[in-house]
Design a protein around this ligand. Sequence first.
Ligand SMILES: NC(=O)c1ccc[n+]([C@@H]2O[C@H](COP(=O)([O-])OP(=O)(O)OC[C@H]3O[C@@H](n4cnc5c(N)ncnc54)[C@H](O)[C@@H]3O)[C@@H](O)[C@H]2O)c1
Length: 406
Amino acid sequence: MINVIGLGYIGLPTALMLASHGVEVVGTDYNKELVATLNSGKTTFKEDGLDELFADAVKAGIRFSTEYQKTDTYVVSVPTPYDKFSKKVDACYVVAAVKSVMEICPKGATVVIESTVSPGTIDKYVRPAIEANGFVIGKDIHLVHAPERIIPGNMVYELLHNNRTIGADDKAIGERIKEMYASFCQGDIVVTDIRTAEMTKVVENTFRAVNIAFANELAKICRHDNMDVYEIIRICNMHPRVNILQPGPGVGGHCISVDPWFLVGDYPSLAKVIDESMKTNDGMPDFVLNRIYEIMKENGITDVSRVGLYGLTYKENVDDCRESPTLQLLESQERHLAAPLKVYDPFIEADVVPNQYHDLDAFLADTDLVVIMVKHTEIRENMDKLTDKVVLDCHNICDLPKVYHL
Ligand SMILES: NC(=O)c1ccc[n+]([C@@H]2O[C@H](COP(=O)([O-])OP(=O)(O)OC[C@H]3O[C@@H](n4cnc5c(N)ncnc54)[C@H](O)[C@@H]3O)[C@@H](O)[C@H]2O)c1
């Protein structure tokens, strides 16, 4: 039986995927409310195909509990934020979960860390937490790192089709865990050592952050001298070896806006490009805010309460607003002591910010300048409702008379 610890955006779909492919699974989370919701037959977030996967897993016998289980395999998928001051990974959730596992697990168990960690984290924090219980790693307890690559919005497809990396001390243990993932994963699964697996995951997200920062920097340069960044990128990308990403209002979520900081924190004198890239991306919500003030001035809009931000989530068509550019922009605006802007997002039902709307038409009726922060399908399908508005389109998705860009 596999005990999946942490049933959030990554742990839940992983547990469901294993269970629906014939593996006996118990999902454990210390959040009682979350476990009660799952036990009442409901999923805890919106994701394409998740409800169907949940139904299959329940039929196959998955159980959810707040208790850790006595078993031979644990998959730990708990948060790994970064320390805002040192920029280093904050491994406290992983260490706490591993300590709880150690209190109950039998000798011979394998602990798989799925959480994203910086290279060396497992050596520095996880091994001591295991050894503190008197266990000998490699004899009493086996350690594996299996970082996850899936993207919210396409999780179910990517769980089935992405390639994966497994890092293990012992090749045979790595191969056994590879078999476990191969129960559902149709991609290639590479087995390597733990430190390499740790580094690859962080490097993958850093690669993406640096490339996004390049596009964002181009947007700033082009704005400074009134050039069309989208036309320039379009033409550049016709070069056979150039593939520039699109600029945007910033980066959010718990991967690309977080993981690259681990390298800056651990290698401050070496990770220069990464440091600047992260600062560039983090500066985008402020850049958008300045654009808002410029556009208001140009259009004679004096009342900030007539400005509305479309989208609160960190990317399109998901309900996750952690670290989102809209939240960053609102925070920055609050620091400038300005009245909060109006906000609307079709995916966010709870009230998470002031001046939040829950209906597109009501939001638009109270707004003269609409800022498209997130390119949800809903707004793409309702472009006709923006024809009499001033629009700041941060994603270059609309073809309207009065549209501004980054
Ligand atoms: N969200 C993503 O898109 C994504 C993608 C790839 C990798 N990751 C990585 O996966 C890991 C998990 O991220 P997430 O987005 O699923 O986090 P999350 O916050 O959505 O979920 C984590 C869950 O763990 C539970 N938890 C925390 N400590 C616990 C403990 N000691 N015992 C039991 N339950 C505990 C929390 O209650 C929560 O439900 C992170 O390292 C993240 O960087 C995330």
